[in-house]
Design a protein around this ligand. Structure first.
Ligand SMILES: [Zn+2]
Length: 111
């Protein structure tokens, strides 16, 4: 039976510009190696068969903001980013980044 779950993951553009293979991580811990130049816009996890949609973001934004299960804004990891993974940040660090990202969004809307 196929797993029909779909996962969306963000990838920093800088990570796929070089000639090095890029490893996409699934929520289950599975890893998928993508060889350059990246042509896939989705891959399937070999471990849990979840379809992973790859959303490439130009450059290295560090983090993106999304909506958590509780409806509150939450930080999402950008794979391939040089920034610290979110699960390695303290609560204070996470809040500071979240605030910064929110301020950026406000700044852009006001322009
Ligand atoms: Zn998986």
């Amino acid at each position: 039976m196929n797993n029909e779950n779909i996962l969306y993951t963000f990838i920093a553009g800088i990570a796929i510009q070089g000639n090095n293979p890029f490893i996409v991580q699934c929520n289950c811990g599975g890893e998928i190696t993508i060889m350059p130049p990246m042509q896939e816009n989705q891959v399937v996890c070999p471990m849990c068969e979840t379809t992973i949609k790859l959303l490439v973001i130009e450059g290295d934004p560090g983090y993106v903001i999304g909506q958590g299960a509780d409806g509150e804004p939450t930080l999402l990891t950008v794979q391939g980013s040089v920034e610290k993974p979110i699960n390695m940040l303290s609560k204070e660090e996470r809040e500071a980044i979240l605030k910064k990202v929110k301020d950026n969004i406000k700044g852009k809307t006001n322009e």
